[in-house]
Design a protein around this ligand. Structure first.
Ligand SMILES: *Cc1c(COP(=O)(O)O)cnc(C)c1O
Length: 851
């Protein structure tokens, strides 16, 4: 069509009676409050879908007459008022609010949480997957618990792409520009009423970022945006695309997030007492905090101790290659001015990011050196991480190093289907929303009559199948498939008759997640799927990173298989997995399948979303399922024995999968009684909710972060920062002293080792310690007792030796007397390690000496 197209948008006037809709549209509270979303959907369902469920975009485009109409519609007004009442109740601050934690947080405390992506809702597309959903849920949980909490992230012009899949299974990634005006965010204004801009030093220029905020219930997320006129064209594009661009772009994004994030908080007058790095991308904030403290006159060592003392670092990756790293020269290109202004030398700066003699600057290493609280995201993952990161604490065994864990969780109101609410109100009692972590509350789930439980499950499945039919229809039309063929494709996905056992697999198509394990033995799969009495429908969904060729190959493979005549209609691949589809899928399928390569699934959270909705998990015992599975709440695929090659391992684990499907899952689902449902299935699903809900919800997780990390980190900060950082200086100087003396410290046993005694007898241990200039109180000398492996208990216990006196001819005597309280075989070892009252973790120096 000839001629220029000039854009024009006509915005309606919001009638005064509906004024507060704007408030509802600009608080992500709607992302977990379904009645709010339904209210907006009622304005115009088509527009609701067209705007990707964005209340703010709706209010800009909905018809003026429609607004007039609802402003006089008693039903709409009544619904709106109910939503507003709930909204106000949620946001009203109770008069006395005990801050959680042990020791408790103080009223002046503030936690700043940094992450490269946040996934709250599809209307704010600045996330790509699990990490983003988790950080979004973390903010929601902090809001629910009224933690003093702010989050910091980047405002991307392009979030994750929208996905279509063509006839041949080729993935097409569509990147659409975000219109910030349509998103539930607003620019932050300073005291002068103007936008808050912060400057970050880049080589030869200052890059400016505008600060936006998203309201997340009681908390705020600040987002940095470089797409402003004050920047040159290239810099405007720094935050163009989430995880986009080359290494330069990535480091620039990470500098923007880390360095810019600190500056933004300070520009807003916020001075956090706890800093949380959620995955290494944000770790540069450590350097910015150090620079800040050095500006105030502290030495580098003191500044590092101070900054680390109240920093929490959560790692989410289970493969070393997954850790973000940059070439040294690239880092120096950007941090040259940092060295110049702080006077720090290049080697010291780079050593913050080095591990094991490499010449790569590793963001995980920086994060670990700059934090004293570190965790993985499940028990299994923390063991893996402790091994991967063991270089940081070279003399400490991985099992004892400071890598702790806090298992991930999900924000229940965001992922629990509305259909459950009324039933839970009735059978668990009102207020169950506040008792997510209460096991007794959830065991009441047994009171829900089986019939009702089953019918809710069926109804959730029907809703999902409805969505599936729409999506598959759309996809078929786009790919020029015939209508008649469509009937065939959708014959098992019938919303009117949701009786077919439906199994879901949806996640990023990363190869370690093994989306195609199910197809390992096609004959066997064929046999399973071709039991005409017991049909099974598999639903797949997921995106592959556009640069991940093997991941895209998986999509092609699944497409091909799903087109083979014998699998047609039994395997459907849905496009564009996002939060919206995720919410429907996890709740609507009967079984949630997850079969990653052990131990590469750091945690996984989609299985938790499934479980809280009564969907049963069928998963490899990895990540969270290693803790969640109790033998009766789903099915476990045990990892094959170590030492097999990958093909053998896949074959083994696929075999377990087929056997479980054939012997347990399918027969149990179809063991229909006269009641019209499978009582065994319902019993397992109820037990799954009761056992998983209280443990894998955000209230538990955020409370655990608060008790284990936030409150202790805030307390450490007070100890380190008081009196002009006297504590931090003391620790820094002490560490320097210990580091230089340690190689000369020696242990020697003076007593005769006795290897057999009678119960009740007392042993005396005497150790001579060559202190090499250290003071006796600079270290702890202790005995570590264990039982031999064969004895059931693997308990370890410690006994500290006391300093007695200097020995003639050098050295110091440490001794203790001990009367063993148990009989039987045991072993003990003697060790020494540096100790200081101000240390955050007893082994944080990574030094340990064994006799
Ligand atoms: C929950 C969720 C994820 C993460 O799930 P995993 O189990 O870690 O794969 C990814 N994407 C979306 C859209 C989700 O909702």
């Amino acid at each position: 069509m000839p001629g220029t197209r000039y854009p024009l948008e006509v915005n309606p006037e919001i009638p005064p009676r509906l004024a507060r809709l704007e408030e509802l549209a600009s608080n992500l509270w709607y992302s977990w409050d379904r009645p709010t979303r339904s209210l907006f959907a009622r304005l115009n369902l088509r527009l609701w879908r067209a705007t990707n469920h964005s209340p703010k975009a709706m209010l800009k485009r909905v018809d003026q007459y429609r607004l007039k109409e609802v402003a006089d519609d008693p039903i709409f007004l009544d619904t709106m008022n109910r939503v507003l009442m709930a909204y106000d109740a949620y946001h009203a601050t109770p008069a006395t609010q005990e801050l959680p934690g042990k020791p408790p947080l103080e009223s002046t405390d503030l936690i700043a949480y940094f992450c490269a992506e946040f996934g709250f809702h599809e209307s704010l597309p600045i996330y790509s997957g699990g990490l983003g959903i988790l950080s979004g849920d973390h903010c929601k949980g902090a809001s629910d618990l009224r933690l003093p909490f702010v989050a910091v992230g980047l405002l991307y012009r392009q979030g994750y792409f929208q996905q279509t899949i063509d006839r041949d299974g080729k993935q097409h990634a569509h990147f659409a520009d975000n219109d910030f005006d349509d998103m539930p965010i607003e620019p932050v204004h300073g005291a002068d009423g103007r936008d808050v801009l912060i400057g970050i030093d880049f080589p030869g220029r200052t890059v400016w970022a505008k600060v936006w905020q998203a309201r997340v219930g009681n908390t705020r997320l600040y987002l940095l945006d470089t797409d402003i006129e004050k920047n040159n064209l290239a810099d405007r594009d720094i935050a163009h695309q989430l995880y986009g661009g080359d290494r330069h772009t990535r480091i620039e994004q990470e500098i923007l997030l880390g360095v810019g994030g600190v500056r933004a908080l300070h520009a807003l007058g916020l001075h956090p007492t706890v800093w949380h790095i959620n995955e290494g991308h944000a770790a540069f904030f450590i350097l910015e905090r150090i620079r800040d403290l050095m500006d105030q006159g502290q030495s580098f060592a003191t500044a590092l101790e101070a900054a680390a003392a109240n920093t929490v670092f959560t790692t989410h990756t289970a493969v070393p290659a997954g850790h973000d790293h940059f070439a040294d020269d690239l880092v120096m290109h950007y941090f040259d001015s940092f060295c110049k202004t702080t006077g720090l030398d290049r080697t010291t700066l780079l050593s913050m990011g080095h591990t094991g003699g490499s010449n790569d600057f590793n963001m995980t290493a920086l994060a670990l050196r700059g934090s004293r609280f570190h965790n993985g995201v499940s028990r299994i993952h923390s063991e893996v991480s402790a091994r991967i990161c063991s270089d940081l604490w070279p003399q400490v065994e991985a099992a004892e190093n400071p890598m702790d864990y806090i298992t991930n969780a999900v924000h229940v109101p965001s992922f629990l289907a509305t259909d459950w609410y009324e039933t839970f109100d009735r059978y668990l009692g009102l207020g169950w929303q506040h008792r997510h972590t209460d096991e007794a509350c959830w065991s009441d789930i047994q009171h829900i009559p089986d019939q009702i439980f089953w019918s809710i499950r069926q109804s959730l499945k029907a809703q999902l199948l409805h969505l599936v039919c729409n999506r598959v229809r759309q996809q078929q039309r786009r790919n020029q498939g015939s209508e008649a063929h469509l009937d065939r494709l959708l014959r098992f996905a019938d919303p009117a008759n949701p009786t077919v056992l439906t199994i879901g697999f949806a996640r990023r198509f990363a190869t370690y997640k093994r989306a195609t394990l199910l197809f390992n033995n096609l004959d066997w799969l064929h046999e399973i799927l071709f039991d005409t009495q017991h049909p099974v429908l598999f639903l797949f969904a997921g995106k592959a990173h556009p640069a991940d060729e093997p991941g895209q190959q998986l999509i092609r493979q699944i497409t091909e298989l799903s087109r083979q005549r014998e699998f047609e209609g039994r395997i459907l691949l849905l496009e564009d997995y996002d939060l919206h589809l995720a919410r429907r899928l996890v709740a609507g399928v009967d079984v949630w399948l997850n079969n990653p390569i052990y131990p590469l699934e750091a945690s996984g959270t989609s299985g938790m979303k499934a479980a809280i909705n009564g969907t049963l998990n069928l998963s490899v015992l990895d990540g969270w399922w290693g803790e969640g599975y109790d033998g009766k709440n789903g099915w476990a695929i045990r990892p094959a024995a170590e030492g097999l090659d990958s093909a053998q391992r896949d074959a083994e684990e696929a075999r377990t999968l087929y056997e479980l499907l054939q012997d347990s899952v399918i027969p149990m689902y179809y063991r229909n009684t006269a009641l019209g449902y499978s009582p065994e299935w319902v019993a397992m699903a109820k037990h799954s909710i009761a056992s998983i809900m209280p443990r894998f919800n955000m209230r538990r997780m955020v409370t655990e972060y608060t008790e284990k990390f936030y409150a202790p980190a805030a307390a450490q900060w007070r100890k380190y920062a008081g009196e002009n950082f006297a504590g931090a200086r003391q620790v820094a100087e002490w560490k320097t002293r210990v580091r230089s003396a340690w190689p000369g410290v020696h242990l020697r046993r003076l007593d005769q080792a006795i290897s057999r005694i009678r119960f009740g007898e007392t042993l005396r241990f005497e150790i001579a310690v060559q202190l090499n200039g250290l003071m006796p109180e600079d270290l702890t000398v202790e005995l570590v007792f264990t039982r031999p492996r064969k004895v059931a208990s693997t308990k370890v216990w410690h006994h500290v030796l006391c300093h007695e006196q200097p020995l003639e001819g050098g050295g110091h005597l440490f001794s203790c007397e001990l009367t063993p309280e148990q009989c039987g075989k045991m072993e003990y070892r003697v060790r020494a390690y540096p100790s200081h009252a101000l240390l955050t973790h007893p082994f944080e120096m990574g030094m340990m000496l064994w006799l």
